[in-house]
Design a binder for this molecule. Sequence first.
Ligand SMILES: Nc1ncnc2c1ncn2[C@@H]1O[C@H](COP(=O)(O)OP(=O)(O)OP(=O)(O)O)[C@@H](O)[C@H]1O
Ligand SMILES: [Mg+2]
Length: 259
Amino acid sequence: MAKLSVHNIVKSYPGEGTTTVRVLDGVSLEIEEGEFVSLVGPSGAGKTTLLKIIAGLLPPDSGEVLIDGEVVGLGHSRVGYIFQQESLFPWLTVRGNIAFGLEIRGVPRDGVQRRTDEMIALIGMRGLEDHYPHEISGGQARKTEMARSLVTRPDILVADEALSNLDAQTRNYLQDEILRIWKDTGATVLFVTHNVDEAVYTSDRIMVLSNIPARIIAEFGVDIPRPRTRTSPECLEYRSKILDILRVEQEKAMQRIGA
Ligand SMILES: Nc1ncnc2c1ncn2[C@@H]1O[C@H](COP(=O)(O)OP(=O)(O)OP(=O)(O)O)[C@@H](O)[C@H]1O
Ligand SMILES: [Mg+2]
């Protein structure tokens, strides 16, 4: 468990010719130890960019990322990352994929075996550990990716659209799995999703990002005990408030491009 602080992150990418495009415009946030926070925002707003900066995969132009009050830089390894695109190694089995992060860290063989077995059990994939990624379902692949990110016991897990491109039933099931794994591991979670219902169902708190250049424009503490009912009036009320904010953002973007 760890506390994550992001202070005033600014990031631009090269644009056409000599121009630059500012993507993150001073983003700040705090996530408490063991908290489950979702980040929702328009497509192209800079969510993946922000997660990469938090995980030490991309440098910000300015601003700082702190874990438990200490500044972390490029290449730090305290964050587990579930990538937006499927990223399992096709030449490794489920077991091989989960074990990979331990092996590159030089964990002794019996430790690798034990911790990999624990993760396989935790995600309910016993009996499938020798399958290759093309021999498992999309939902099982997402769970394997989750296990791969968690096996190194990161204090903080960032998940980028971890459950997109799945049918509704699998998605609902995996939301419950994520909550169960979160409780079991006690990790601090930053969960990026386009799906507002998913954010309301899972999160302690939801942050809403504006269009680029992105800033956090709203924040909601979701004060509903778990397990939640997706269609309860309380959940639907949060949903409609957040969708209203996103609708206004979309209208602004349309006006900007003259649509
Ligand atoms: N390496 C890069 N070089 C230049 N521009 C980039 C690069 N990566 C992303 N961008 C641009 O930065 C903006 C933010 O991208 P990012 O991937 O962070 O958005 P996102 O919020 O994750 O979007 P989505 O919801 O579609 O995944 C986009 O306009 C994108 O085109
Ligand atoms: Mg993205």
